[in-house]
Each structure stands twice: as C-alpha cells, then as structure tokens.
Design a protein. Structure first.
Length: 129
C-alpha cells in the first residue's frame, strides 16, 4: 500500500511540477520584464529631465543676453517697439540655437518636433515669467 501511495504521490507531484514550472517561470519572467521596463522608464525620465533643464538653462542665458545687449539699449532710448520685441525674440531663439549642440537640438526635435517653435515658446515663457 505504501508503494502504491508513494508512486501515486510521485506521479501527482510530477504532474503538478510539469504544469507549475512553466506557469511560475512565465510569471517570474513577466515580473522581471515589468521591473526592468519601469526602471528603464525612470532612468530615461531622469535623463530627459536633466537634458531639458540643461537646454532651458541655455535658453535662459540667450534671453538674458539679448535683453542686456539689445532690449535694454532700446528701452533706454525709448525706441522699444512691437517690431523690436519680435526682433529680440528672434535673436534670443537664434542665440539659443547657436549655443545648443547637435545632441540637444536632436533631443528637442525627437521629443517636441519643431526646434524653433519649442525654443520660441521657452523664450517667451521666460520673458513673461
């Protein structure tokens, strides 16, 4: 009787293991995949945040430079018109574009599509904010 019971138990355990191992392997594999994906997203988001902060620093420097070298003089002389305001915006965008390296411009293009529009919007935000 013990032999039959041991044999039956062995067969049942074998059947359970045959079913359980692939299921457990799939669950573990999916869990690892989800963890790696979440980790990759976190690292990517942190890298993107650093790049955006770096780019915005360049934009801020460009806006400040144009304000100091172009806008302040026109305001002192009372000649700061709407056209001059547009020219200042264009100069700040051009300066930012010149200061940004290829990698930064590619990052903007890949993530926000239009580099000039993105830079223009950032300069306007900094000037108004």
């Amino acid at each position: 009787m013990n032999e039959i019971t041991n044999g039956t138990i062995s067969e049942i355990l074998s059947a359970v293991l045959i079913i359980a191992v692939p299921v457990i392997s799939t669950l573990v594999g999916n869990s690892i995949k989800k963890l790696l994906t979440a980790f990759s997203r976190k690292v990517l988001n942190e890298c993107n945040e650093e790049k955006i902060a770096e780019i915005q620093g360049v934009v801020a420097q460009s806006a400040a430079h144009v304000a100091q070298t172009y806008v302040d003089e026109l305001k002192k002389s009372g000649k700061f018109t709407k056209e001059c305001q547009q020219e200042a915006l264009t100069r700040a965008v051009d300066t930012a574009r010149q200061l940004l390296n290829w990698e930064a411009q590619s990052f903007i293009a890949n993530n926000f599509k239009d580099v000039d529009l993105w830079l223009r919007t950032r300069v306007e935000m900094m000037v108004r904010g």
